[in-house]
Design a binder for this molecule. Structure first.
Ligand SMILES: *Cc1c(COP(=O)(O)O)cnc(C)c1O
Length: 391
C-alpha cells in the first residue's frame, strides 16, 4: 500500500498522451490510470491502492467486481448478449417484476442511462398530460441530452446549447410555495431529486416533497422523482422517496441499477404508462444489462446493504462532524450519500486524498461528495477520515 503516490510510470504517461491526443477533452481527469478493483478499493496500473469514495459517482453500490455480478455477466454473456425488443427475454421480465415491487410502482420502461431515463420521463409526462411545460428546481442535475439538459440548472452546461426544450422553469430548491406560484395549466410535470446530488448533496426539509405532491395533485400535474443517484440503497433505503413518505407518478433510475453495468429505467403508475409505439430503445432492457441488475439487486438484499448504508452513513457522518479540518462548514446527507461543505473550493482536498490513497469528488466547487460502495468497512471509513483530518 505504501507506494509512492507522486510519480507516474511511463505506462501511465503513454495513456495520458493517447487520451490527450485522441479523446475529446470533455473531462477534467485525475492523473491516475485505474486498472482493477475489489469491494471499496481500486488500484491504478502502478499498483497503488485507493479507497474509492466516488464509486463511479454513486454507481458501484455493491463494490467493485463483486463475484456474483461477475458470474452473472459471464453466464449471460455465454448465453445471449443482445436481441431486439421485438422479442421477450427472461432477464427483462424478471427484472421488471423486481423493480415494480421495489419501487411500488406499476410498470417500467428500460433504457441505458440516467439522461435517457429523464428523457423518457419527460416524454411520458407530455404524452400523458397533453401539456408541454416542466418545473425544475435550482441546482438540479438531470443529465446532458437536450431534454434533460433543459431541466438541468447550471448555466455553464446549458448556455452553449440554447435553444433548449424550455427556458425559464427553475424555482428555488426546498420552496414548495415557489412551485405553487410557478405552476400553470400547461405544466406537465414537476421534477425533483429527493436529495440533490450534483448540486451539492442538498437534503430538503421533512415536508417539502409532501407539499410538492399536494400542489401537483391540485393542478393535475405529474410529479417526477429523479432517483438516478439516490436509488438502490444509496441513502439508506432502497429509494430515497421512502424516507419522505411520498409517491411520485414517475421515477427515474440509473447509476447503481446494474451494479456498474450501464442501464437506466423509469417506473410509473399504471395510468401514466406509455402505450404501444410511444417510446423505444434498441438496447433498452437487454439481457446482459438485466442480468447485471438482477445480480446487483440480489447482492444488495443478501448482504443487507440498504441497512448497512444507513448505519455506515451515520458512522461516517459522525466521524466527519468531529473533524476540525480547515474551512469545513457542514457535513450533510443520508446513508452513504454524504456532502462535506467547505467555505472554499475543495479541489486541493481531492488532490490530497489521491496522494494519500483516497478518491474523492468535488461537486458544486466547494462540496466534497463522499459516495463509497455500500460495502465499505468501518476500518476503511476510519482511514478516509484520517486522510481528511490531515488535509
Ligand atoms: C447522473 C445523474 C443523471 C444523468 O445520468 P447519466 O447516466 O450520466 O446520463 C440524471 N439525474 C441525476 C439525479 C443524476 O445524478
Amino acid at each position: 500500500m505504501q507506494k509512492d503516490y507522486n510519480s507516474s510510470s511511463s505506462d501511465s504517461n503513454s495513456i495520458f498522451d493517447k487520451d490527450t491526443k485522441y479523446v475529446m477533452q470533455t473531462y477534467g481527469r485525475q492523473p491516475i490510470v485505474l486498472d482493477s478493483g475489489k469491494g471499496s478499493l481500486v488500484y491504478d496500473i502502478e499498483g497503488r491502492e485507493y479507497i474509492d469514495c466516488v464509486a463511479g459517482i454513486a454507481v458501484n453500490n455493491i463494490g467493485h467486481c463483486h463475484p456474483l455480478l461477475v458470474e452473472a455477466i459471464k453466464k449471460q454473456a455465454e448465453k445471449l448478449i443482445h436481441v431486439s425488443n421485438l422479442y421477450y427475454t427472461e432477464p427483462q421480465a424478471e427484472l421488471a417484476e423486481q423493480l415494480v415491487k421495489l419501487t411500488e410502482m406499476d410498470r417500467v420502461f428500460f433504457c441505458n442511462s440516467g439522461t435517457e431515463a429523464v428523457e423518457a420521463a419527460m416524454k411520458l409526462a407530455r404524452i400523458n398530460t397533453k401539456k408541454t411545460d416542466f418545473i425544475a428546481v435550482e441546482h438540479s442535475f438531470h443529465g446532458r441530452t437536450m431534454g434533460a439538459l433543459s431541466l438541468t440548472y447550471k448555466d455553464m452546461y446549458r448556455d452553449p446549447f440554447k435553444p433548449l426544450v424550455q427556458e425559464e422553469m427553475f424555482v428555488p430548491f426546498n420552496d414548495a410555495q415557489a412551485i405553487s406560484d410557478a405552476i400553470t395549466e400547461n405544466t406537465a410535470a414537476v421534477i425533483v431529486e429527493p436529495i440533490q446530488g450534483e448540486g451539492g448533496i442538498n437534503v430538503p426539509s421533512e415536508d417539502y416533497l409532501k407539499e410538492v405532491r399536494k400542489i401537483c395533485d391540485e393542478n393535475d400535474t405529474l410529479l417526477i422523482f429523479d432517483e438516478v443517484q439516490t436509488g438502490f440503497g444509496r441513502t439508506g433505503t432502497w429509494f430515497c422517496k421512502e424516507q419522505f413518505g411520498v409517491e411520485p407518478d414517475i421515477m427515474t433510475m440509473a447509476k447503481a441499477i446494474g451494479g456498474g453495468f450501464p442501464m437506466g429505467a423509469i417506473a410509473a403508475r399504471e395510468d401514466v404508462s406509455f402505450g404501444r409505439g410511444e417510446h423505444a430503445a434498441t438496447f433498452g432492457g437487454g439481457p446482459l444489462a438485466c442480468a447485471s441488475a438482477l445480480a446487483s439487486i440480489e447482492v444488495i438484499r443478501e448482504e443487507n446493504l440498504v441497512q448497512r448504508s444507513k448505519e455506515m452513513g451515520e458512522y461516517f457522518r459522525s466521524q466527519l462532524s468531529d473533524l476540525s479540518t480547515d474551512g469545513l462548514v457542514e457535513v450533510r446527507g443520508k446513508g452513504l450519500m454524504i456532502g462535506v461543505q467547505f467555505d472554499r473550493k475543495c479541489a486541493d482536498i481531492v488532490e490530497h486524498g489521491r496522494r494519500n490513497g483516497v478518491l474523492f469528488n468535488c461537486t458544486s466547487e466547494s462540496v466534497l461528495r463522499i459516495a463509497p460502495p455500500l460495502v465499505i468497512t468501518k476500518e476503511e471509513i476510519d482511514r478516509v477520515v484520517n486522510v481528511l483530518e490531515q488535509a
